[in-house]
Design a protein around this ligand. Structure first.
Ligand code: 5GP
Ligand code: MN
Length: 338
C-alpha cells in the first residue's frame, strides 16, 4: 500500500476509465456510498450512476449500508430509482464503484463485497485508507462529486440536467454552499457547467438547506440551548459542544438526519476554534461531528478515536456518555494543534 496521495495519478484515472470501458452493456455495476449518506455521498453516487446509464449500461444499482433511509431533502434526487436496500445489491457485480467512503468501516456489512470485488474508490478524504483496487482519492477536491464529474468527463458523458442536479447537490453540500476552504476557481467552474444545464440553484438550495419541519426547528432550539463553552480547551483556542439524544428525537418526532446540520450554528461561536456535536445513535453509541476553524486538525483527533474525515471537518463513533466522549476529544485537542 502506498502513502496517502493528495492527487490522482494519470495512471489511476486511466485505469478507472478502462475499468468502465471494458464492461459490456448488460454487465452488473454496483454503486455504494457511506452509511448515513449525506448530499455528497448520494449526489455523487446517483449522478455517476445516471452517467453510466447514458453510456448504455442497463444494470446499475446503488445502495448504502446501515438503516435504509434517505433523508427527506434528498428524496427528490434524480436517479433514486437505482437505489436498492443493501440486501438487494449485486453480489457478483463486474465493477463496484464506491463514493465518499474514507475507510472500510464506513461500509458496514457491505465491506466484504467491496473489498473482494473489483472496486474503484472515488473520494476526497485525506484519511482515505485506499482499500479499493483503484483509488481515485483527491484530498484537495472539495467534494467527491468533483472526482465523479472528472471521471464522467474522461468517459465522454455529457452533463444533462439530471446528472447536474445530483452533482450540484453534492458540491453545494460539501462546500457549505461554496463557503469552505476548498472552494477553488475549479469548483465554481464546475458549478457553472452544472447550472448551465438549466438546473435551478435557488430551488435546490431551498429544498436542501432551507426547509425543515417545525419540530426540527424546535428540537434545534433545545439542542443549541444546552451548548457549553470550554474556553481553555485546545490550548486556549476554545471548544463549544452540545449533544442530542434519541429521546430528544422522539419528543419532537424527528428523524436522526435533522441533527446533522446543527454543527453549523455550533461552529459559528466566536470564542471557540473547535465545535463538537454528539448525537445518540443507539445504546451507549454516539455519532460525533467535529469542526475546526484552523487551529486544530480534527481529522487527527477523529482518527485517534477510530473515525476519520478532513482537517477541518471530521467524525467518529463514540461510546459512553456525551461528557466522557467530549473529555476524550478534549484530551486529544492539545496534541493536534496545527
Ligand atoms: P459529519 O460531521 O458531517 O458527519 O462528518 C464530517 C466528516 O467526517 C465527513 O467527511 C465524514 O466522512 C467524516 N466522518 C464522520 N463520521 C465518521 C466516522 O464515524 N468515521 C469516519 N471514518 N469518518 C467519519
Ligand atoms: Mn464528501
Amino acid at each position: 500500500m502506498t502513502a496517502v496521495s493528495h492527487r490522482v495519478s494519470v495512471a489511476e484515472w486511466a485505469a478507472a476509465a478502462d475499468a468502465v470501458r471494458g464492461l459490456a452493456p448488460g454487465d452488473e455495476i454496483q454503486l455504494i456510498c457511506h452509511v448515513n449518506p449525506d448530499g455528497d455521498a448520494l449526489g455523487s453516487m446517483l449522478g455517476f450512476g445516471l452517467g453510466l446509464r447514458r453510456l448504455g449500461f442497463t444494470r446499475v444499482r446503488a445502495t448504502f449500508p446501515g438503516q435504509f433511509e434517505v433523508p427527506v431533502p434528498y428524496q427528490a434526487l434524480p436517479g433514486l430509482d437505482m437505489l436498492v436496500p443493501a440486501v438487494e445489491a449485486y453480489r457478483e457485480a463486474r465493477l463496484i464503484l464506491i463514493f465518499d467512503v474514507a475507510a472500510e468501516s464506513r461500509l458496514g456489512a457491505l465491506a466484504p463485497l467491496a473489498v473482494e470485488g473489483f472496486s474503484v474508490v472515488l473520494d476526497h478524504h485525506a484519511s482515505n485508507t485506499r482499500f479499493g483496487r483503484i483509488n481515485l482519492v483527491d484530498a484537495r477536491a472539495a467534494a467527491t462529486s468533483v472526482v465523479a464529474s472528472s471521471l464522467l468527463d474522461r468517459l465522454g458523458v455529457p452533463l444533462d440536467a439530471e446528472i447536474a442536479e445530483c452533482l450540484y447537490v453534492a458540491l453545494a453540500t460539501d462546500t457549505g454552499s461554496f463557503k469552505f476552504d476548498l472552494t477553488t476557481p475549479a469548483v465554481h467552474e464546475l458549478a457553472a457547467r452544472l447550472i448551465a444545464t438549466g438546473i435551478s440553484p435557488a430551488d435546490i438550495s431551498r429544498r436542501i438547506f432551507d426547509t425543515r419541519p417545525f419540530g426540527a426547528m424546535k428540537l434545534a432550539g433545545e439542542v443549541l440551548g444546552r451548548a457549553q463553552l470550554d474556553r481553555t480547551a485546545a490550548g486556549g483556542r476554545g471548544m463549544v459542544w452540545t449533544y442530542a439524544t434519541l429521546s430528544d428525537l422522539e419528543r419532537y418526532e424527528q428523524r436522526p438526519y435533522v441533527l446533522d446540520t446543527l454543527i453549523d450554528p455550533i461552529r459559528s461561536v466566536a470564542e471557540a476554534d473547535v465545535a463538537v456535536v454528539v448525537k445518540e445513535t443507539g445504546p451507549s453509541e454516539w455519532a460525533v461531528s467535529l469542526r475546526s476553524k484552523g487551529a486544530v486538525d480534527v481529522s487527527a483527533v477523529a482518527v485517534a478515536l477510530g473515525g476519520g474525515g478532513h482537517r477541518l471537518a471530521a467524525g467518529f463513533t463514540g461510546h459512553g456518555t456525551p461528557e466522557e466522549i467530549v473529555k476524550a476529544v478534549r484530551d486529544l485537542l492539545d496534541a493536534n494543534l496545527t
